[in-house]
Design a protein around this ligand. Structure first.
Ligand code: FAD
Ligand code: NAP
Length: 338
């Protein structure tokens, strides 16, 4: 295991922020995780940051501790029964490559989650979701290494306390576990979800009347490529904010002043697209130095080149305040800030 000091993180985060890690290492086995955790406890007692693809975080300063990049590899069909295929993927596998593996093997359930950046290990962190599917819908169990007692532990679905872009690993157990693998249960008799967003329209454009796993995946890829910035060209971490969920009464009151406000029912509450709120406040396409609000989707904050993490956070704070002033809704950041 190689340990680097003062290591550049520029190419290891999709916002392309020029920060450094005091210590950096890449781990390829569970033994190596144990080694680095023990070494840190014994000699250093520094802060730890577990890094996957770096596509859901923002560095506002150099990281004054260990950045541990999880590079555990492997994808395997571990069993099947009458109803499901059980596929286990190691934390360092790329999420989209895993989706492509499932699509190629005709395993359903994750096709709506095509082209989400990042790695398997982070996917349960915020219960990644898109186009009406969240990983909790196909989740079986995960393994994670407990930093405190240095043991591998298995979490089932209820242990993970999945919520909307949320899990126990973002709340109660934050920074306490490093996820090492995730096992997904993929249904043998799937119900395709094509009603969400522009999927149906895209399938029509592709002249497809009977959707398949491959066709849905291609449609999602096509839609995403047409409206989201490619992090290799423009730094970003996807949606910077969560969509707020408000009470029906609050929504009804807002509708009187803003009759066009879009909404979706959400467990007896109402979800309002944050991108719409931000756009109404005039931020879409805004740019100050190299920090901006993306021209095609206001929910995505971008780094046009040399923006610092602090400049992006400052912009996000101005957006939060203006949305609060206009709509009385407090936006919550989705991206992890360091
Ligand atoms: P990282 O950014 O490396 O880490 C994110 C957090 O998880 C950090 O707190 C980190 O410490 C922690 N972490 C990472 N790996 C581990 C591990 N093994 N164990 C413990 N903690 C860990 N998200 C969605 O939900 N839906 C989308 O549709 C979506 N679209 C996106 C589109 C774009 C263009 C971009 C740039 C991002 C998008 N995202 C989306 C956000 C992001 O891709 C996901 O949240 C993804 O799961 C992050 O994975 P990562 O490996 O890059 O995590
Ligand atoms: P979109 O299709 O323009 O829709 C805007 C918002 O409306 C979305 O945020 C979505 O909420 C909601 N929505 C749309 N149709 C819905 C339906 N039938 N039922 C309930 N809610 C509905 O959104 P987009 O920006 O192009 O993104 C498409 C999908 O990819 C969304 O699911 C989005 O979450 C996901 N995505 C996530 C990220 C990220 O970083 N987290 C980045 C890009 C895209 P939800 O967000 O709750 O789905």
């Amino acid at each position: 295991m190689l340990i680097f000091e003062n290591h550049p993180l520029l190419t290891l985060n999709s916002f392309a922020i020029d920060a450094k890690a005091k210590y950096f290492t890449s781990i390829q086995s569970i033994d190596e995780i144990a080694e680095v955790v023990k070494k840190n406890k014994k000699d250093l007692n520094e802060q730890l940051l577990f890094l996957g693809g770096g596509s859901n975080l923002l560095f506002t300063k150099d990281f004054n501790g260990w950045v541990i990049k999880n590079d555990l590899k492997g994808i395997e069909l571990i069993k099947e029964d009458e109803n499901y295929f059980y596929v286990k993927a190691m934390a360092g596998e790329n999420w989209h490559q895993f989706v492509m593996y499932c699509v190629d093997h005709n395993y359903a359930g994750v096709e709506n989650l095509s082209l989400i950046p990042g790695n398997i290990g982070a996917s349960p962190m915020q219960n990644i979701g898109a186009y009406g599917v969240e990983i909790k819908d196909v989740f079986c169990e995960l393994e994670a290494y407990n930093i405190e007692d240095q043991q591998l532990v298995t979490f089932n679905k209820s242990d993970c306390e999945f919520g909307y872009r949320d899990s126990v690993f973002k709340t109660r157990l934050k920074n306490k576990f490093i996820i090492t693998s995730v096992c997904f249960q993929l249904p043998k008799r799937p119900k395709y979800n094509t009603k969400y967003g522009a999927i149906e329209k895209e399938l029509e454009l592709m002249n497809i009347s009977t959707p398949t796993i491959q066709a849905i995946s291609n449609a999602v890829i096509q839609i995403r490529q047409s409206k989201l910035p490619d992090p290799l060209k423009i730094g970003n971490a996807g949606s910077f904010f969560k969509n707020p969920v408000i009470s029906q009464a609050k929504f009804d009151a807002l509708k009187l002043t803003f009759p066009n406000i879009p909404s979706f029912p959400n467990n007896h509450l109402v979800k309002v697209p944050a991108g719409w709120l931000i756009e109404q406040c005039g931020w879409k396409g805004y740019r100050k130095k190299d920090a901006g609000c993306y021209t095609l989707q206001a929910l995505v904050l971008v780094n046009y080149g040399k923006a610092t993490g602090a400049e992006i956070v400052e912009l996000s704070q101005e957006i939060i305040e203006s949305v609060k002033d206009k709509f009385g809704i407090e936006l919550e950041r989705e991206v992890n800030i360091f």
